[in-house]
Design a protein around this ligand. Sequence first.
Ligand SMILES: N[C@@H](CCC(=O)N[C@@H](CS)C(=O)NCC(=O)O)C(=O)O
Length: 211
Amino acid sequence: MIVYGSPLSPFVRKTLAYISEKGLTVELKPVGLGSQDPAFREASPFGKIPGFRDGDFAISDSTAIITYLEAKFPEPALIPADPAARARTIWFEEFSDTMVVGAGGKIFFNRIVSPRFLGKPGDEAVVAQGEKEMGPLLDYLERIIPASGFLVEDRLTLADIAVASPFVNLSHCEIEVSVGDHPKLAAYLAKILSRPSFGPMIAQEKAMLAR
Ligand SMILES: N[C@@H](CCC(=O)N[C@@H](CS)C(=O)NCC(=O)O)C(=O)O
């Protein structure tokens, strides 16, 4: 199986961490923004990462890829079977993919992508807007993180993988969730992001950005 993309994308990172937690192995084929690589474009017609291939089957979108893998490899179940737990898991994934990535992406794009990869200075007004939008999202997570340290069913699910992933992009911008302001969220992120599914990947990303 192949994943096309870069772990600097929160969607690629989510997919790779999920694959690791499933105990599966994939080949990561690095693909940059705008790549016209035909095998990648067959998987991802609009060039978004991650793309994915399993033999003749090719598709894009982290949620679609994870849906395929969860159906093909049901154990360990990272999307619960119980209706309410399943719905909550998908809620957290959607919340993170749209709201957290939406706010965090404004910061990451202008602090890292634009200056480092596009050769254009970032727009600090957009960064400030992203930080403003992030505030209520952090407060929400601080309020609802259960004592178990897992968002759903008191065990690791896709919800935790999806929610933790975009916070790595913020840490690349040297924006850490502060223990002073959000102690539960800071402890939660430290625990999820130190798992073997995330830890080595984050170290590799940091090394890539340090070059
Ligand atoms: N809903 C998609 C979003 C994928 C996405 O927007 N990826 C970004 C990188 S973080 C991308 O490829 N952007 C390039 C573009 O839009 O051309 C998913 O979950 O995979």
